[in-house]
Design a protein around this ligand. Structure first.
Ligand code: NAD
Ligand code: GDU
Length: 325
């Protein structure tokens, strides 16, 4: 059985939907930002907090857990600057509790959701796992701290781990049953689609004077089901003993500017956006694009969805969920 912590969230729920096809799954989530209706019916669900040692001990005693996939975190960059305690407490301290209980119960396989934010403002346009990590906010630092702790625990306690550094997760499940539902929503693609659906007055483009071809920031958008597939390959590599530790970037290897995202959303939906050109958002690097060559070479993973398909899938989900409201 696999424990998915944070399995009621956006990315976790998409992973669960794929994983239940091959494994028994138990989800632990406190529903602080997740939604119970995103969790596949075939899994066991425990509503509880990652930092609650008693809950964790009961969970590991009750279920024969072989591996843990850890998605639970707070992940708003701006909030992390305003309230770093929340980030170090939930993302670092609570994760330490999880690791401690796991190891005491002799569970030694761990997959961790990390982020492009660990790189900060890189001095290269194509980021590999060798690119220097230099996070510029508490959110990114909290993730890098856990990466470092995992390596120490690997050396000292024989913990096997895979760190997956996601770039910009986007899109929705092909079934149209689940999709991105953050509150507040800060991510570009859902914001644009909500505006096209009339749920927002306008879209602000944060910064038009970056050193890019059209002046707006460039990001690497990766479909959430591609992320899910990378988790399953990583899990199998750990369970089969092929890997004891690894760190991988997960992206498409292609960058799109904010303006290109808005244009593609307009093309996919046939609706014109109401765009306001605004100032830069503090802390945004101009360009973040991943090289995912390493995971392709070692596990055969590569992204399957192109930008247009990512936006189409997100659009179907947003349209359906608007009709249901
Ligand atoms: N969305 C992205 O583009 C992106 C990019 C890079 C990394 N990540 C990382 O991926 C992971 C998942 O992101 P997401 O967008 O799905 O976020 P999300 O907020 O939708 O999911 C996080 C889930 O964890 C749960 N959770 C949080 N704290 C908890 C706790 N103390 N105990 C139990 N459950 C708790 C929440 O209720 C939620 O269901 C996070 O670790 C995030 O930092 C996300
Ligand atoms: O209303 C908006 C929202 C975003 N943007 C721009 O669109 C791009 C993408 O922004 P997102 O907020 O969608 O994504 P980020 O690249 O900022 O965030 C990603 O990287 C972060 C770390 O850098 C976190 O990991 C986060 O979860 C992940 O989605 C950025 O240039 C941003 O400035 C706008 O112009 N207007």
């Amino acid at each position: 059985m696999i424990l998915v912590v944070g399995g009621a969230g956006y990315i976790g729920s998409h992973l669960v939907k794929e994983l239940v096809e091959e494994k028994e799954v138990v989800v632990l989530d406190n529903l602080s930002t997740g939604h119970e209706n995103l969790i596949d019916e075939r899994v066991r669900f425990v509503q509880g907090d990652l930092g609650n040692r008693e809950t964790l001990e009961q969970l590991f005693s009750k279920y024969p857990i072989e591996a843990v996939m850890h998605f639970a975190a707070n992940s708003l960059v701006g909030e992390s600057v305003q309230n770093p305690y929340k980030y170090y407490d939930n993302n670092v301290s609570n994760t330490l509790t999880l690791l401690d209980v796991m190891l005491k119960k002799d569970v030694k396989n761990f997959i961790f959701s990390s982020t492009a934010a660990t790189y900060g403002i890189p001095d290269t346009d194509l980021i590999t796992e060798e690119t220097v990590t230099n996070p510029i906010n508490p959110y990114g630092r909290s993730k890098l701290m856990i990466e470092q702790i995992l390596e120490d625990f690997h050396q000292a306690y024989g913990l096997n781990y895979i760190v997956l550094r996601y770039f910009n997760a986007a899109g929705a499940h092909i079934s149209e049953e689940i999709g991105e539902n953050h509150d507040p929503e800060t991510h570009l693609i859902p914001i644009v689609l909500e505006q096209l659906l009339g749920k927002r007055e306008s879209i602000s483009v944060f910064g038009t004077d970056y050193d890019t071809h059209d002046g707006t920031c460039i990001r690497d958008y990766i479909h959430v089901t591609d992320l899910a597939n990378a988790h399953i390959l990583s899990l199998n590599a750990l369970l089969e003993g092929k890997l004891q530790k690894a760190t991988y970037n997960l992206g498409n290897g292609k960058g799109y500017s904010v303006k290109e995202i808005i244009d593609t959303c307009e093309r996919v939906t046939g609706i014109e956006a109401n765009v306001i050109l605004s100032d830069r958002r503090p802390g945004d690097p101009a360009i973040l694009v991943a090289s995912s060559e390493k995971i392709y070479r070692e596990l055969g993973w590569k992204a399957g969805y192109e930008l247009e398909n990512i936006i189409e899938s997100a659009w179907k989900w947003h349209r359906n969920s608007t009709v249901m409201v």
